[in-house]
Write a protein that binds this ligand. Structure first.
Ligand SMILES: N[C@@H](CCC[C@H](N)C(=O)O)C(=O)O
Length: 277
């Protein structure tokens, strides 16, 4: 069969987006890895799938798969592209769209200038919420990696994040430490690893080594996790501009159980059709 898809990106974090409301298909993990390949396939960091909701209070079910074929709980840049996609494809005319994800519900707001804000819910810091093996909830934990002791903060945005504060993201050992922290045995479901440079109380630079996809040009949930950890530690104040290699996001968080609000762009690149095996 020929599968219709749209290639999109949010600040260079790129996606294949598939409508399974009007098409029928089963896309297995091996097929996702083939499609994600940048030489033999379409090439993307995540596959985003639009499905009918299971909960009648929701507009859609939003499913997310990493380039390695694993299904994950949340994707922030993907959420903005999801909102743009369902409107462009006339699956809805709503400007406020409610979606269910494996990590919980999200509310997506499309603005007049086509920027999208996402209510990402409240961050969770308790180690079992990632999960992360630690005796207690702390602002910072130590992690032994390859003979080095790292200081990390942890947060769940539905999906798990470790945040490492660095002096400069340009010199940060993202390629070396990223995979080691991602697969560290204290993170039984693996983890996304953010390297955060604090520029001022309202501005950070961030690089993220994503679980299941490697370093990406931007990570929305990673930006939210870094800002949440920074505010919790008293290093940052809302709103925070997050500069990622692919561009910038604005993150607002008033603390506690209040939700993080992420605002940024969502771009369509092209539409295509590809045979499934
Ligand atoms: N690119 C993302 C996050 C995608 C999922 C992540 N790699 C995971 O495994 O949790 C974003 O923009 O949030």
């Amino acid at each position: 069969m020929l599968l219709h898809f749209t290639k999109m990106h949010g600040l260079g974090n790129d996606f294949m987006v598939v409508d399974l409301v009007t098409q029928r298909a089963r896309i297995e993990a091996e097929e996702i890895r083939r499609l994600a390949d940048r030489r033999f396939g379409i090439g993307f960091d995540q596959l985003l799938v639009v499905e009918p909701p299971r909960d009648p209070d929701m507009d859609f079910r939003y499913r997310i798969y990493n380039a390695d074929g694993s299904e994950v709980e949340n994707c922030g840049n993907g959420a903005r592209c999801f909102a743009r996609f369902v409107r462009d494809k006339r699956l809805t005319h709503k400007r406020q769209i409610r979606v269910e994800t494996a990590g919980g519900p999200l509310v997506l707001d499309v603005h007049d200038d086509e920027q999208v804000s996402v209510d990402m819910g409240a961050p969770r810091f308790a180690p079992p919420s990632l999960p992360f093996e630690a005796d207690e909830d702390r602002l910072r934990h130590t992690l032994e990696v390859d003979g080095e002791t790292l200081e990390i903060a942890v947060a769940s945005m539905g999906n798990p994040h470790a945040v490492i504060k660095v002096d400069s993201v340009d010199q940060a050992p993202v390629e070396r430490l990223g995979p080691l922290v991602e697969h560290h045995p204290r993170f039984p479901k693996r983890v996304n690893v953010g390297f955060m440079q604090v520029v001022s109380s309202h501005e950070i630079r961030l690089r993220v080594f994503e679980r299941g996809s490697g370093e990406t040009l931007a990570c929305g949930t990673g930006a939210c996790a870094a800002v949440a950890c920074g505010i919790r530690q008293g290093l940052l104040e809302s709103p925070v501009t997050v500069h990622l290699p692919g561009g910038s996001l604005t993150i607002r968080w008033e603390g506690g159980e209040r939700p993080l609000i992420m605002t940024g762009p969502a771009e369509r690149v092209f539409d295509g059709r590809i045979p499934l095996r």
